[in-house]
Design a protein around this ligand. Structure first.
Ligand SMILES: Cc1ncc(COP(=O)(O)O)c(C=O)c1O
Length: 418
C-alpha cells in the first residue's frame, strides 16, 4: 500500500463526502448499517461516472479517435489501481467481471472444468455464501467429485483441527470465504492455503467482505484466485474482480467467447487475445470500471489499515453495548481481533424481519434474513438473523442509536405479545 496511513479517521470529513448520508429516513437521520450488502458511494465516484458519460463516452480498445483513447487509458488505469490495491503481480492478473458471484462461476466453469476429475474433491467451509457454494455443487455433480466442508465451531470460527484431514492429495481446490458475511469471522486463509499447496491443491479466497475492509495482499496470502466486488467497497455496482495467479491464468480457457477477447478468427476457429482481455468478451462496463478507480483512490487516501482499525474499534464497542440487550444472541467470535465489522444477532422473542422494520421506522438500515448462507443458518439453529454491518463512515454514536432503538423494539414487541 503506497499511501501513508493516517492515525485516525476524520469522520466529519468522511461523512461529508457521501451525499446519501445527509438525508433523513422516516424523519430520522439515516444510520446506514447494511454495508455488507452494498456500501455507499462518495461524491468522487458518482462524479467520475457522470464525467465519463458527459465528457468522453466511447468504446474502449478499438478506437483510434481521441475519446476512445481517453476512455481506454482510464479504463486500464483502473485495472492498474486494482492491481496495486491487492499487490498483484501485474494488471494482467486482474479480470473484470460483474461481481464476486461471476468471478467464482468463471473459475468453476473454466479452471474447474479443465482440472477436476471423478474422485477429486473440493474443500469449502460450512459458512460459505451461496455464491461460493452453488458453483462448486454444480461442478462436483458434473465431474462426480466430492464436496467437503470445514465445520464451524460454536464461537463462529472454523474447526482448524479438521483441515489437515479434509485436505488430501485428491483435493484440487480449497475455496474459502475470507471474512464471513454472516458471522464477521476473519478466517486464516493464508494458513489454510499453505496446507492446500502442500497437497498441490489451489486456494481461492472469497474476498467480498475482506478486500473492502482491510489490507489484502495476494502475494503475501499466496492465494491462487481472489474474488471481490466493487459495490461493497465504495464503487459502483456491476463491476467485480477476479485475480488469478500467473501460472494458472496462462493455461485457462476463455469463459465467454465473442468480440474483444479474440486475436484471429476464421470461419472455423479462433485464437485468443492477450491476457486478461481473453476473459473479457464484448463491450465492458466502462463507466463503472472508471468509477471503481475513484473508489480505490478514495480508500487509498484514507488508508486500508486505518479503515480496518476504525471498524475494529467500532465492533469492540458494539459488542459491549449489545450485552445490554436482554435475550439477544450475537454470533461470531467475541474477540474483535478475529472479526470484521459485521454483527449478526437473533432474539427468540423477536422475528428478525420485525426488528428490521422497526429499525427502519427510526431511519436505521440493517439486513434481515439468511444472508445467502442458508446452510449456516441451519447450523446456528435460526431461521434468519438481523445484521448490522459497518464501514468507514459509521460512528459509535450510530451504534448507540442502534442499541437504544433495539431496546425500544424489545420493549415494544414484548408489550405487544402480552
Ligand atoms: C462473502 C460473500 N461472498 C460473495 C458475495 C456475492 O457478492 P456479489 O453479490 O457482489 O456477487 C457476497 C455478497 O454479499 C458475500 O458477502
Amino acid at each position: 500500500m503506497s499511501t501513508i496511513e493516517k492515525p485516525q479517521l476524520d469522520l466529519n470529513q468522511i461523512r461529508n463526502d457521501f451525499p446519501i448520508l445527509k438525508q433523513t429516513i422516516n424523519g430520522h437521520p439515516l444510520v446506514y448499517m447494511d454495508n455488507a450488502a452494498t456500501s455507499q458511494k462518495p461524491k468522487t465516484v458518482i462524479d467520475s461516472i457522470s464525467n465519463y458519460y458527459s465528457e468522453y463516452n466511447s468504446n474502449v480498445h478499438r478506437g483510434v479517435h481521441t475519446l476512445s483513447q481517453l476512455a481506454t487509458d482510464l479504463f486500464e488505469k483502473s485495472r492498474e489501481s486494482v492491481s496495486h490495491f491487492i499487490s498483484s503481480e501485474s494488471s494482467a492478473n486482474i479480470i473484470w467481471t460483474r461481481n464476486t458471484t461471476e468471478s467464482l462461476n468463471l473459475v468453476a466453469r473454466t479452471w474447474g472444468e479443465e482440472n477436476l476429475s471423478s474422485g477429486d474433491n473440493i474443500v469449502l467451509t460450512s459458512m460459505e455464501h451461496h455464491s461460493n457454494l452453488l458453483p462448486w455443487q454444480k461442478l462436483a455433480q458434473d465431474k462426480k467429485a466430492e464436496l467437503r466442508f470445514i465445520p464451524v465451531l460454536k464461537d463462529g470460527t472454523l474447526d482448524l483441527n479438521q483441515v489437515e484431514s479434509l485436505i488430501t492429495d485428491k483435493t484440487k481446490l480449497v475455496s474459502i470465504v475470507h471474512t464471513s458475511n454472516s458471522l464477521g469471522t476473519i478466517n486464516p486463509v493464508k494458513k489454510i492455503g499453505e496446507i492446500a499447496h502442500k497437497h498441490n491443491a489451489k486456494i481461492l479466497v472469497d474476498g467480498a467482505q475482506s478486500v473492502p475492509h482491510e489490507p489484502v495482499d495476494v502475494i503475501d496470502l499466496d492465494c491462487d484466485f481472489l474474488a471481490f466486488s466493487s459495490h461493497k467497497m465504495l464503487g459502483p455496482t456491476g463491476i467485480g474482480v477476479l485475480y488469478v495467479k500467473n501460472s494458472i491464468l496462462e493455461n485457462m480457457e476463455p469463459f465467454f467467447r465473442g468480440g474483444e477477447m479474440v486475436l484471429q478468427a476464421t470461419l472455423k476457429d479462433a485464437t485468443w487475445n492477450e491476457l486478461p482481455m481473453r476473459f473479457e468478451a464484448g463491450t465492458p462496463n466502462i463507466a463503472d470500471v472508471i468509477g471503481f478507480d475513484a473508489a480505490i483512490e478514495y480508500l487509498n487516501k484514507i488508508g486500508m489499515s486505518n479503515i480496518h482499525n476504525h471498524e475494529k474499534s467500532l465492533v469492540e464497542y458494539a459488542l459491549k453495548q449489545f450485552k445490554k440487550l436482554d435475550n439477544v444472541t450475537v454470533y461470531g467470535p467475541e474477540d474483535a481481533e478475529k472479526r470484521g465489522g459485521i454483527i449478526s444477532f437473533y432474539s427468540a422473542n423477536l422475528h428478525p424481519h420485525d426488528i428490521g422494520t422497526f429499525l427502519d421506522s427510526y431511519g436505521i438500515a440493517v439486513r434481515t434474513g439468511h444472508h445467502c448462507t442458508m446452510p449456516l443458518m441451519k447450523i446456528l439453529g435460526v431461521p434468519a438473523t438481523a445484521r448490522a454491518s459497518l464501514y468507514l463512515y459509521n460512528t459509535t454514536k450510530e451504534i448507540d442509536v442502534l442499541v437504544e432503538t433495539l431496546q425500544e423494539a424489545i420493549r415494544y414487541f414484548t408489550h405487544a405479545k402480552r
